[in-house]
Structures are given as C-alpha cells and as structure tokens.
Design a protein around this ligand. Sequence first.
Ligand SMILES: Cc1ncc(COP(=O)(O)O)c(C=O)c1O
Length: 379
Amino acid sequence: MKLGTKLIHAGVAPDPSTGAIMTPIYQTSTYVQSAPGHHKGYEYARTQNPTRDALQDALAAIENGTHGISFGSGLAATDAVIKLLNPGDEVIVSSDLYGGTYRIFTKVFARYGVKFHFIGMQDAQNIRNYVNAQTKMIWIETPTNPLMNIIDIAACAQIAQEHQLLLSVDNTFASPYLQNPLDLGAHIVVHSATKYLGGHSDVVHGAVIVKDEALAQQLYFFQNSCGAVPGPQDCFLVLRGLKTLHVRMQRHCENGATVARFLREHPKVGKVFWCGFEDHPNHDIAKKQMRGFGGMMSFTLKNDSMDAALKVLSSTHLFSLAESLGGVESLIGHPATMTHASIPREERMKNGLVDSLIRLSVGIEDADDLLADLDKAIA
Ligand SMILES: Cc1ncc(COP(=O)(O)O)c(C=O)c1O
C-alpha cells in the first residue's frame, strides 16, 4: 500500500458497535469485566485505549515499522527512548537539535548518569571519534532544527550496526512523507506529532515507532509504567491530521521552495538555510534520503543586528510569531529566545545559531500572499 492510502486507511476500521466510519473517541478510564480477568482486551485506559490503538497502528504503518507507541508529547516520547539506557551509558547526539531535547538530555537524564556527546554530524564519520565501550545510542535530527543541516541516516546506521548501537532519529521536521528512517537502517523513529502529523496546531502529541519486538515491548512497558499517555481526544485529532498529511506536505514543499528562493533573491536577506538549494552543503544526501525538501527554513538579514531581526519578527501578519511548526498556517520564530533558549548561548554560537536567526514554518496558504507578507516585513 502506498503512503497516501496508508494515511487514510491504516489502523482504522468501522467501529464494531455502530459502524461509525471514524474511530470514536473512547473517553473512558476503565472497562467493565464480566468476571475477574475476563475482558475484551481492555482493562484500564493508561494501559490500553481503542482510539490510541488505531492511531498507534497507523503510525507504525506510515513509518514502515511494526509498532507505534504514543505519548502525551514529543518530549514524553524522547523520555521513553532514553529510558532504554542505563546509568553509565553514553549517547552521541547531533549538536544542532531542538532545545527541549537538549534540555531533557542535559538537565534530566545527565543527572541519572547517562552521558551525552553533542557533536557535528554533517560528516557522519565524525561519530566514530566518539564511540567507546559505553556508547549505546546515536541520536539524530535531520533536517536539524533550526539550521536545516542534513545528516546521512544510512551512514549513521552503518556505524550503529558496526558497534551494535541503537540509532534513534527524530523525524519531526521531515515527516514520513519525506523520509522513512527505519528503511535506512534506523532502529527508532521519534515524532513530535504536535507538528506535521497533527498538522493543525491543535494538539500536543508524541510517538515512537520501531520494528523490533523487544524494543517495542520495552517502550510499551514505559508507556504504561511511567504513564505519559495521550488522551483519546488527542489521539483522534492526530488520526484525523494524518489523513491529509500527504496533500498538506506536497503544498508545504511547494510553498517552501517558493519562499526559500524568494528570500535568497531578496536584497535585504543574508543567508538562507534550506536543504533544497543545490549548493546546500548536504543537498546530495538530502536528495538521496528525502522525497522533497519541506517547508522549514531559517534565514538572517544582511543587517545582522538583533534589532533588525526583531523588527521583522514582529512585522509579519500571515506568518504568526509563535513557537512550534508544521501546522497549515505559517509561523515565524526566533530560535535564540524561543525554541532554543534552553541551549546556553555559547553552545548555540558554536553551532552557528546566531542571535539574529529567524525561523519559518511555511504553511499551505497561497504562496503569493506569503511572499507579500515577508516582503513587507523585511522592507
Ligand atoms: C524536532 C522536535 N522534536 C521534538 C520536539 C518536542 O515535541 P513536543 O513539543 O511535542 O513535546 C519538538 C518541539 O518543538 C521538535 O521541534
């Protein structure tokens, strides 16, 4: 089955009790048993919920995995993955990544004895310099947030295989429409479904997808034992969002290309970071592992002052100034004070995340209106 069909049909079936074509929101905390231990597969809603089951099956299908495990947020999904590790274990992490991921690694899990090495991975071979006997996992985001660097997933998978490490890929920016890390050798895919999967900026949700039974059972165990489960209404919203992922992503890609090219030609714009440019340092890898280049990008102004950037950030009308990304509406953001504020400034600067960087999540509005909005704000 191809992706567009899976997005609409995978995991869902008419409701057995009514024939409802849409999976109902099973808003219940518990299920009646006919005798102790005799039930219909559902005991308590932290452990199982039919709306969540439908979503989990759909998530597994669209990432070409066997198991989807849903969580109350993307960070709760990340939390579950790192709980696969033990004190003393080490993780090699791509240095350009979502600030909240950096925060949970350095401020939460480091306290429990897990060590994180944040390194540049544009050349995946650099990973080899940090592998030692304690290394258990490689964690990457690609495209990276917010600098749109591309990391070679297959090359990372090769290194992971040689050293028997787990490779975990945060696929939030690309979505399964653009890339499927499990097909490239990754063991774990993480999503903030809050973004493209949900697609309408109306739900916070996270997911982990795997194709290994033992890994899946450990993750289900954490889902139930630690309890960061999503509510059934949120599962319903993500399921509904999935049904249009392919058509939304197609437009995100078209608008993304139009906006990126417009910015690059603009006399007041400095650098534009978008992996669809042929001279992007890892464009070849992007072309190899992605089916398009998406609607995420960032840019600086020629007048590289913070004031000028702040002026643009507060002058757009269609691009709303807000955290998050991946919704149908366009957003503009300032990584240094918003999404990446939890990364110390010197770390941000080391990675090239300058204070004046502006990030765009290009939505699916009419591109002409988006260009006019940006043009006016930049002028
Ligand atoms: C790439 C990426 N991963 C993970 C997360 C965390 O997801 P959530 O906000 O759903 O917890 C985010 C949030 O912005 C993100 O951008």
